[in-house]
Design a protein around this ligand. Structure first.
Ligand code: ZN
Length: 215
């Protein structure tokens, strides 16, 4: 199958807005979603009417609401509330080991990992839980790790206007462990460094030592 569905210019601009949200695209009903799951159960070779599977389409639809809750969250909005009373604090702010679960957009298989998010405030700081929420907003979508890394960094950069931003993500891709090459224990590391983290080697070294990586 090489044919891709054609997307009108209008539809593609909807999927490419700043937050990456697709909420303006027509969503099927829950009933249609459940019917689609039932079809996949039959495609897998099982009988959706047997007892153990009877409620599975409804459960999967509810699970999807959780897995993909990020589409209804605007990451820019999450960062609107900032604090300026920092007594001149101008060092790195780092939130490390933010665990996340995402799904790869090629196989819809889980991507499980951690994100480290750092920034150098210019004047304003943001509540630290907000950094974790931004990670979650992008993780709970269909993703590739490279894009998710860039989206988090770019959002922090454009909203907080800091002196620098760094995002490092380490994750295992279950599309590699449960199918295809079947390699377990392999993790993929991606990073995006902006501002001081890109231009100043000592800032970058400090970050890497704080998160326990060699530079
Ligand atoms: Zn995949």
């Amino acid at each position: 199958m090489s044919a891709h569905p054609t997307i009108s210019p209008e539809a593609s601009s909807l999927t490419n807005n700043s937050s990456g949200s697709v909420s303006s695209i027509d969503r099927p009903t829950r009933q249609e979603a459940e019917a689609a799951v039932e079809l996949l159960l039959r495609w897998a070779g099982d009988d959706p009417s047997r007892e153990g599977l009877r409620d599975t389409p409804a459960r999967v639809a509810r699970a999807y609401e959780e897995f993909f809750a990020g589409y209804s969250v605007d990451p820019v909005e999450l960062l609107q509330r900032t604090f300026e009373e920092t007594d001149g604090y101008d060092e790195m702010v780092l939130l490390k080991d933010i665990s996340f679960e995402s799904h790869c957009e090629h196989h819809m298989a889980p991507i499980i990992g951690v994100a480290h998010v750092a920034y150098m405030p210019r004047r304003r700081v943001v509540g630290i839980s907000k950094l974790a929420r931004v990670v979650e907003a992008y993780a709970r979508r269909l993703q590739i790790q490279e894009k998710m890394t860039a989206q988090i960094a770019n959002t922090l950069e454009s909203v907080l206007d800091p002196l620098g931003v760094a995002v490092i993500i380490e994750a295992e891709h279950q599309c590699m462990t449960t199918r295809g090459v079947h390699k377990r224990g392999v993790s993929m590391v991606t990073s995006r460094m902006l501002g001081m983290f890109r231009t100043n080697p000592s800032t970058r070294r400090e970050l890497l030592s704080l998160i326990g990586q060699r530079s």
